[in-house]
Write a protein that binds this ligand. Structure first.
Ligand code: GRF
Length: 217
């Protein structure tokens, strides 16, 4: 089966993008990264993408002022140019217009560093620590117009330790992000994910029986 053509949208260092690039190196992986697009010219991930031999582009949002529709149209033109079939937001820090989101319905994924629907928005790790949750993690979901919402494709959890700070917790969550994003993209690219009543069903997926209980004793 032909690999799905994927564009990755970034705003920063691009470690999730790098995880997707790595996964896509496997010849059995069902998706290929055809372009990496940043809204910031200084995004560190652009260098990583170039070093991997990928096509990169910048749509600098500052050039569009408040005209979000024009920014999204420029983005769409690039996605058309690269014949993208799926879009992965990977630390992409711009809200997209409802029209753009509708066009990519169930074909655009996002990763969020929390167990949604808890801790939408920014500073998720600090807020998880402040709330005293014992389990924290990351979520890959389809993008809908409302921020950090949309059908959940995959989640991964970590135990929160008493001595965690934002840095240590974010590092463990990031390691989980780098596992669940390639997994979620694979499932979508294989056509195994369907949305029924707002929930993702994953054809042929195994679900672990083990519970993660914190503390352990
Ligand atoms: C990640 O934690 C991602 O979940 C969030 O922003 C961060 C981006 O990191 N949306 P990177 O650019 O992928 O390294």
């Amino acid at each position: 089966m032909a690999k799905k053509r994927v564009a990755v949208l970034i705003s920063g260092r691009g470690s999730n993008m790098a995880a997707l690039i790595d996964a896509a190196k496997d010849k059995s992986y069902p998706a290929e990264i055809v372009a990496v697009i940043s809204n910031r010219p200084d995004a560190g991930g652009l260098d990583t993408a170039k070093a991997a031999g990928l096509a990169t582009a910048v749509v600098d949002h500052t050039a569009y002022g408040k005209d979000r529709a024009a920014f999204d149209a420029a983005l769409q033109a690039l996605l058309d140019e690269h014949r993208a079939e799926l879009v992965c937001l990977a630390g992409f820090m711009r809200l997209l217009t409802p029209g753009f989101v509708a066009r990519w319905q169930e074909r655009m994924l996002n990763i969020h560093p929390a167990l949604l629907p808890s801790f939408k928005g920014l500073d998720t790790h600090a807020r998880a620590l402040a709330a005293g949750v014992k389990l924290h993690g990351a979520t890959v979901h389809f993008v809908v117009p409302e921020m950090d919402s949309g059908p959940i494709i995959a989640q991964g959890a970590v135990a929160v330790r008493d001595d965690d700070d934002e840095k240590t917790l974010s590092q463990r969550v990031l390691a989980v992000e780098h596992r669940i994003y390639p997994l979620a993209l694979k499932l979508v690219a294989e056509g195994r994910v369907s949305v029924v009543d707002g929930r993702c069903r994953i054809a042929g997926a195994a679900t672990p029986d083990a519970a993660l209980i914190v503390p352990a004793n």
